[in-house]
Design a protein around this ligand. Structure first.
Ligand code: FES
Ligand code: FES
Length: 238
């Protein structure tokens, strides 16, 4: 059946539109509503600045999926019965989402123009797969460009969600400057300091081999999938 009525949710807020203009994109609609966190960059699907997340219910399997999408290309009229999640819906500077907190703490944002899109791509990945690998994370950023930060700190922040990102133990055996030539497999903090003084010339070489991390995973708020935005009950019944 055809209808001139469009019913969707944006960040848990319902919108019912009558005769929406068919050429309106989701990005235009969001920005007209004052949700200006989602940016317009290239307007042709190439940069990812406009990335949002679309939550939808599969009527056959009854599974809810979360997909990232380019708001600059997606027609608003294609979103009947769906929920749009934008950067405003996941957190703010007072209560940042773990994705936002880690991007900020690990310097994954400079001018900030690409950042909402980067955050939403990572958010979409985590909603579908809370335990991604490094490879999943790199794949998840396929559609996002950043012109000023560089990708290294962005990936450093994103990879704190990776199952491969385990904090190193405080005193990994390879960090022993004496290579345990004293015969002990573990040593006290005092012994470790004395050993560092004795083998000072070797320390630079050893420390170069250690991964450099500004902050470790345990220093961030944990990612808790169970607390994420729910799919609106009204759309389940729709
Ligand atoms: Fe560049 Fe949408 S604005 S992909
Ligand atoms: Fe400036 Fe990415 S932070 S474009």
């Amino acid at each position: 059946p055809y209808s001139n009525r469009l019913f969707l949710y944006v960040n848990q807020t319902p919108y019912e539109l009558v005769n929406p203009a068919p050429e309106t994109t989701v990005l235009q609609f969001l920005r007209d509503q004052g949700l200006t966190g989602t940016k317009l960059g290239c307007a042709e699907g190439g940069c990812g600045a406009c990335t949002i997340v679309i939550a939808s219910l599969d009527p056959t399997t009854l599974r809810i999926s979360h997909r990232s999408a380019n708001g600059c290309l997606l027609p608003l009229c294609s979103l009947d019965g769906k929920q749009v999640i934008t950067i405003e819906g996941i957190g703010n500077s007072k209560q940042p989402h773990p994705v936002q907190e880690r991007l900020a703490a690990l310097h994954g944002s400079q001018c900030g123009f690409c950042t909402p899109g980067i955050a939403m791509s990572l958010y979409a990945l985590l909603r579908n797969n809370p335990e991604p690998t490094d490879h999943d994370i790199e794949d998840g950023f396929d559609g996002n460009l950043c012109r000023c930060t560089g990708y290294r700190p962005i990936l450093d922040a994103a990879k704190t969600f990776s199952v491969a990102h385990d904090d190193p133990s405080p005193s990994p055996p390879s960090a022993c400057p004496g290579q345990h030539s004293c015969g002990k497999s573990r040593c006290s903090e005092q012994e470790h300091l004395e050993c560092r003084q004795k083998h000072a010339d070797q320390i630079d070489d050893i420390e170069e081999l250690q991964p450099i991390r500004l902050l470790e995973k345990h220093q961030f708020a944990p990612y808790e999938p169970a607390t994420e935005m729910a799919f609106p009950e009204a759309l389940v019944q729709y």
